[in-house]
Design a protein around this ligand. Sequence first.
Ligand SMILES: NC(=O)C1=CN([C@@H]2O[C@H](COP(=O)(O)OP(=O)(O)OC[C@H]3O[C@@H](n4cnc5c(N)ncnc54)[C@H](OP(=O)(O)O)[C@@H]3O)[C@@H](O)[C@H]2O)C=CC1
Ligand SMILES: O=C(O)[C@@H]1CCC=N1
Length: 238
Amino acid sequence: MTNLVTWRDKGAHVYIQNGAIVEECDVIFISVKPHMLADAIANMYDTLKTPNPRSKLFVSILAGVTIKQLQNVLGRIDARVIRVMPNTPMMVGEGCTVFAPGPKATEHDIETVEAILSISGICKQVPESLINAVGSLSGSGPAFVYLIIEALADGGVKMGIPRAMALEFATQTVLGSAKMVKETGKHPAQLRDEVCSPGGTTITGVHALERGGVRAAIMDAIEVATKKADELGVKKHV
Ligand SMILES: NC(=O)C1=CN([C@@H]2O[C@H](COP(=O)(O)OP(=O)(O)OC[C@H]3O[C@@H](n4cnc5c(N)ncnc54)[C@H](OP(=O)(O)O)[C@@H]3O)[C@@H](O)[C@H]2O)C=CC1
Ligand SMILES: O=C(O)[C@@H]1CCC=N1
């Protein structure tokens, strides 16, 4: 039995055989963890050998796994593949997604993927050579920002603000600051200068952050995350 559940009102189906998905769908999103790719693809092979497998578009969100690796794993160098790097804020309509089309992807494939992904935020095409770096900035970035929000709240708690209030204020401050950068078009350094009164509280706090190496630590995080994705890209997946 392949068809386990049908949510008729949503038009969604659940299968226990990935091959059945490939048979029935024109666009197949591959969304497993990179080390599970071989397993996920394994029972698609028979379907991929069917007369017209090129009628399918494969969209991968796997960190690090290259278009070439995907084509190899799919067993077809002519497979239509688009590599995507989404992020979790898509769940609230504020995603930052990039994609790189493989050599066999068509204009229509690109339009399809853009139409699906831009529903939940911004969606831009980038060269594949940039996708690991962008993945570290915007794909992993939410985790880095959550850590900053948590630290802001912890600082507030340390200075006596109740926990729930501190978290609410830290969250709104990050949201508002991001909106200022986006909507004013000013450079973040200019916006920061506008908050720093001479001899004031903010520049005193900025000094503490610089002394703590916050800027270098965040740059390092993007660098090591990108290198990690590059490593995944040279691993053999099957
Ligand atoms: N998390 C993030 O913010 C981002 C993740 N990514 C990429 O997305 C991918 C998934 O990550 P994430 O969503 O965090 O991981 P999860 O573990 O949450 O999701 C993986 C999913 O794959 C399913 N799965 C496992 N094995 C198979 C199989 N053989 N056939 C079909 N489905 C299978 C799992 O189902 P079950 O639970 O039933 O086992 C699960 O639903 C990764 O490759 C990651 O690099 C990209 C950008 C951002
Ligand atoms: O941590 C990961 O590997 C994935 C890729 C981007 C976000 N999460």
